[in-house]
Design a protein around this ligand. Structure first.
Ligand SMILES: [Mn+2]
Length: 258
């Protein structure tokens, strides 16, 4: 007799939304790199895998798209995933750059801020990860701590040296928030690859998760039950193959698509 298939993410049933309406197109932003091979658009494979396992179709959005092409793609999207990457240009929140600021791409900043505005105007669901939650915050007029170790200073190593799928600090989630509802947890262990974080919150955003014990904002959302706009400072795409809380974030994005 054949052994019964083990329940795993790979053969988990598709989410309700995908079963009823087909897989939604999720715009996934990419990083820019420059080197001897020239300029490139790149994406960590874990993001594409997580979106697909949740029942969505990732549509990669290179910052090199011209305005017309970008608008044509944006108009067809049903959801948005803002990914991690280099720092935003601090000029976006009217500050001179700290000496540690790195990986700034004006093209990426411009495209992602336009994407946030497009998504909010069309009430599309947005999941924002790491740099993504910082982009969401800045697009809404907020600001960032440019270098957590020196400002505001913290005993935690938010730029962890451990492997990407290892968790290194605790996060407390605000009871009653959308994030808590999605995660199904009010306390969790997360990975951490950021040297910046939200300082002043953008218009309408609520801080819904904090690292412990230093109280850095690790989650933000629009507290509006009629739309899904949510960001986390950690990297659920790296934890998603085995962590239920991480899987739930991607499922929730797909389920919220029109
Ligand atoms: Mn962190």
């Amino acid at each position: 007799m054949e052994p019964r298939a083990r329940t795993s993410v790979k053969n988990a049933p598709l989410c309700y939304r995908t079963l009823m309406l087909g897989p939604p197109l999720i715009g996934v932003t990419t990083s820019v790199t420059t080197g001897k091979e020239g300029e490139r658009a790149v994406l960590n494979a874990a993001y594409a895998a997580a979106v697909q396992r949740a029942g969505g179709v990732p549509v990669l959005l290179p910052p090199q798209l011209e305005d017309q092409a970008r608008a044509e793609i944006f108009a067809r999207l049903q959801g948005v995933l803002l990914t991690g990457g280099g720092d935003l240009d601090p000029a976006r929140f009217d500050e001179p750059p700290h000496r540690t600021v790195s990986g700034v791409s004006a093209a990426r900043d411009r495209m992602e801020i336009a994407l946030v505005e497009h998504a909010l105007a069309r009430r599309l669901p947005v999941l924002a990860i790491c740099r993504g939650v910082q982009v969401l915050n800045v697009a809404l007029g907020g600001s960032l701590y440019q270098d957590l170790p020196s400002d505001p200073g913290t005993p935690l190593l938010h730029s962890q040296e451990a492997p990407r799928d290892e968790t290194t600090h605790r996060v407390r989630v605000v009871p009653g928030s959308r994030l808590e509802e999605v995660l199904g947890a009010s306390e969790l262990h997360v990975n951490s690859f950021h040297h910046q974080a939200i300082k002043r919150l953008g218009r309408g955003l609520a801080a819904v998760a904090f690292s412990e014990p230093d109280g850095v904002i690790e989650g933000a959302e629009l507290p509006d039950s009629s739309r899904f706009v949510l960001g986390v400072q950690w990297h659920p795409e790296e934890l998603e193959p085995r962590e239920k809380t991480a899987q739930r974030l991607f499922r929730a994005l797909v389920d919220a698509c029109p």
